[in-house]
Design a protein around this ligand. Structure first.
Ligand code: SER
Length: 387
C-alpha cells in the first residue's frame, strides 16, 4: 500500500465516522504560539482544544506536515525524520478515549491488515493527583492486547505550557523473533499511533488545570506507518524516499548514515522553503540554515566541489507534490543554491580569520563573542573549523 492509498484509507475511514477534514497544513503555526514550527497536528487546534467551537464541528481529521528538530540527532536511525506527515484525528469534547482506541484498532487490523498479535499498548500508570488511565487499560485488556504502564512516557504535552494529558500509544513489533519484552527499552517495537486524552492545561507555574472539555487528540506518523506496511526496516525505504534513493547515490557517493541525513535534511529544507521561510540568523530561518549547513558539511567532508545546484529537478517536484505545496521548484532551488554560496563564503572567511595568531590557541568566551558579533562566525562553525 503506497502512502497515497494509506492517506485515503485513513481519511475516508474517519469521514465515515463523522469527522470533517481540515484543509491547509502549513508548517508555520499561528502567531503567538509556543513553537517555531508545527510539531504535531494539534498545534493549530489549540484554541479549539481549549473550548472555542471549531467551524467544522467536534470531530476532525487531518494530514499535517510537522517538523521536529528535537529529534535532529536521531535522524538516520530507522524511524526519525525531521519533516514528516502526521495523520491525526480529534474529538473536541465529543467521544472519549476508548472509542477512539477502538476505531484505531479497527482501522489497523481490518483496514490496513496489521497482525493483532504484533501489537502492544502503553497506558498512563497514574501519578500524584492524576490517576491511572483505567478506561484505556480496560479497553486493551478486553482486546487481549498486552499493556505496559508508564508515567513519563505516557504523558503528552505540546510544550512547557498549554494543553496536555495522559496518552495511550500503540506499538507494532518489527523484530525477526516473536515479540519479546515491553515496548519501552526495545526499539524493535515501533510507536505507531498516539492517543492523547487532552484534558488538562499546564500553566506557567507548572500547575495543571482541567480544560473546559474532554478532548482526544491522536497522531500517526505517515512515513513510519508506510514503512511497516510495506515491510521495510526503515522510513528511508518507504515509497516516498524511492526517488531519493534512486537519484542521490548516482550523484554523490555517501555512506548509509550520511545518505539518510542528506536526503532527510534536503527534503525538509525544500518543504520549509515551500512554506515561505528563507534562511536567516534567528528563528525559523536559522533552523533552515542549520539543516542546509548540516547537509553541506556531510557532502563536503569527502568532496568540497559537490553542490546543491546538481540536485535533479525531479526531487524538488516529488517532494513539493507530496506535501501539496504549490510553489515553483525553481524558486526553492534558487534559495538552496544561494544559501550554499553564502556558506562557502563564510567558511572561506572563517578559515582566514581563525588562521590569525590571536585565534590559534584555546578560545575563551570573549573570543567566541568577538568572532560571532564582529566577524559573523557562529560558535558551532568556529568549533567545526578548528576540529
Ligand atoms: N499530539 C500527539 C502527538 O503528537 C498526538 O497527535 O503524538
Amino acid at each position: 500500500m503506497n502512502t497515497d492509498r494509506i492517506v485515503r484509507a485513513f481519511v475516508e475511514y474517519f469521514e465515515e465516522l463523522g469527522h470533517r477534514r481540515i484543509t491547509g497544513s502549513t508548517l508555520l503555526p499561528p502567531p503567538g504560539g509556543p513553537v517555531l514550527f508545527t510539531t504535531s497536528g494539534m498545534h493549530s487546534l489549540t484554541p479549539y482544544l481549549e473550548g472555542r467551537p471549531h467551524p467544522l464541528g467536534r470531530r476532525l481529521v487531518n494530514v499535517q506536515r510537522c517538523l521536529r528538530t528535537t529529534d535532529l540527532e536521531e535522524v538516520g536511525d530507522s524511524t526519525h525524520l525531521t519533516v514528516f506527515e502526521m495523520l491525526g484525528t480529534w474529538s473536541l469534547g465529543d467521544y472519549e478515549g476508548p472509542l477512539s482506541l477502538d476505531w484505531a484498532y479497527g482501522l489497523l487490523i481490518d483496514g490496513l491488515g496489521v497482525d493483532p498479535g504484533l501489537l502492544h499498548a502503553t497506558v498512563f500508570a497514574g501519578e500524584g493527583r492524576i490517576g491511572q488511565d483505567t478506561a484505556s487499560l480496560e479497553f486493551w485488556q478486553e482486546q487481549g492486547v498486552p499493556v505496559e504502564l508508564t508515567v513519563e512516557d505516557n504523558w503528552w504535552s505540546s510544550g512547557p505550557t498549554g494543553p496536555c494529558g495522559p496518552d495511550s500509544e500503540i506499538f507494532l513489533w518489527t523484530g525477526d523473533t516473536p515479540p519479546e519484552s515491553p515496548p519501552t527499552g526495545d526499539d524493535r517495537w515501533v510507536e505507531l499511533w498516539n492517543h492523547v486524552m487532552m484534558r488538562y492545561r499546564r500553566l506557567s507555574d507548572g500547575s495543571l488545570v482541567p480544560l473546559p472539555q474532554r478532548n482526544v487528540d491522536t497522531g500517526l506518523g505517515l512515513e513510519r506507518l508506510a514503512s511497516v506496511l510495506q515491510g521495510r526496516t526503515s522510513v528511508f525505504e518507504c515509497d516516498v524516499f524511492a526517488p531519493w534513493r534512486r537519484l542521490v547515490p548516482g550523484l554523490w557517493q555517501l555512506d548509509e548514515p550520511s545518505l539518510r541525513l542528506v536526503c532527510d535534511h534536503l527534503r525538509s529544507a525544500m518543504v520549509v522553503i515551500g512554506d515561505g521561510v528563507g534562511p536567516a540568523g534567528t528563528g525559523r530561518g536559522y533552523v533552515l540554515r542549520r539543516l542546509v549547513r548540516r547537509v553541506l558539511t556531510a557532502l563536503w567532508r569527502d568532496d568540497p566541489s559537490r553542490g546543491l545546484g546538481d540536485l535533479p529537478y525531479e526531487l524538488f517536484r516529488h517532494t513539493l507534490d507530496q506535501f501539496r505545496q504549490a510553489v515553483d521548484p525553481e524558486d526553492v532551488r534558487r534559495v538552496l543554491v544561494e544559501e550554499e554560496r553564502r556558506f562557502r563564503r563564510l567558511l572561506k572567511h572563517g578559515r582566514q580569520v581563525l588562521a590569525r595568531p590571536r585565534f590559534r590557541g584555546p578560545l575563551g568566551e570573549e573570543d567566541f563573542h568577538y568572532l560571532h558579533d564582529t566577524l559573523g562566525l557562529p560558535r558551532d562553525l568556529v568549533l567545526s573549523l578548528r576540529q
